[in-house]
Design a protein around this ligand. Structure first.
Ligand code: FES
Length: 107
């Protein structure tokens, strides 16, 4: 279980407990948090689950695999450091306190 803060582009914060084993994308979806569309359902094939992770979390997350890197090129205004695809981030206790911010739009 990890407490994750999702911040909409307009600044609205949602703090939710996400069970271990889900992805950060699924945590948003299951809590009806707007701003993460996840059109492909988590297959790393759409980039509409893009977020910016808080700066102090960039180095604490598992590295991006090449598929995530490639798909992020299609995201709206990706940031080389902070952008991640939430469907590729598995929730573990180590993610407790994670803060992610949604982009202005998804693609
Ligand atoms: Fe499609 Fe993450 S849900 S890439």
């Amino acid at each position: 279980m990890a407490k994750i803060t999702y911040i909409e582009h307009n600044g609205t914060e949602h703090v939710v407990d996400v069970p271990t084993g889900l992805t950060v994308m699924e945590g948003a979806r299951d809590n009806n948090i707007p701003g993460i569309e996840a059109d492909c359902g988590g297959a790393c094939a759409c980039s509409t689950c893009h977020v910016y992770v808080a700066e102090d979390w960039v180095g604490k997350l598992p590295p991006k695999d090449p598929m995530e890197e490639d798909m992020l090129d299609f995201a709206y205004q990706p940031d080389p450091e902070q952008s991640r695809l939430t469907c590729q981030l598995k929730v573990t206790d180590a993610l407790d306190g994670l803060v992610v911010k949604m982009p202005e739009k998804q693609i």
